[in-house]
Design a protein around this ligand. Sequence first.
Ligand code: PMP
Length: 270
Amino acid sequence: MKLWVNGGLFDADAARVSVLDHGLTVGDGVFETLKSVDGRPFAMEPHLDRLTRSARGLGLPDPDLDEVRRACAAVLEANPMPLGRLRITYTGGLSPLGSDRGDAGPTLVVALGETTRRPDTTAVITVPWTRNERSALAGLKTTSYAENVVALAAAHERGASEALFANTVGRLCEGTGSNVFVVLDGRLYTPPLTSGCLAGITRALTVEWTGAQETELPMDVLERADEIFLTSTLRDVQAVHRVDGRELPGAPGPVTAKTMRIFAERAAQM
Ligand code: PMP
């Protein structure tokens, strides 16, 4: 496996960043996960836009997108695989211990891992921990993912593959690595970005292609919804067949199945 670190391609076991990198010591970094199909990255430009927005949100210098594009192309070429998870990490770089950022300049790492298609349906749980829609980090894809790690482990313990969060005012927000959509009386809804959720690339495409309405949703919508599905780069559109103790028999239901079809058709043309 070859990966890119700060300007060059290295064997994974020879790639080095400082142990005092702010990304490691305080989680001062941002990232993107892209899907690659037969070496071709999907929706590269929206991911690069979000990387820049996240970096600006943390006060990091804008990433050099030409280098990021070159790095992605080099890593994809060096590691051929049918379905890949391309990870761009961009951090505060070598910095003093503590929260002040040093001036050594940011770190860029691009790595690729093999992945497999997710099942069409899955179980989810809700967790009592909240997303803070008023946080300085709301909506940024930072490397501070520890809360997601904890929530995902809780989901796995309960036989589910994803955990859904409310925000601080009790509205449905998102999963640890996905956005959420619900169907009520045949209509499709998803929480708005003001809920504190990430501006998912898959979410945006799904809203554009289906006309789903962005609206605040109470958590108990999960007890009433006729259908629920998740969206993310590695899932595309994935139906939910159980939420906490509630079964949704027949998942994917008609609206979800139609969304899956539309997504597959349109994504193949991109
Ligand atoms: N929310 C969170 C917290 C995520 O980590 C992800 C995965 N990037 C998503 C939503 C879905 O975003 P996307 O469709 O861009 O993968």
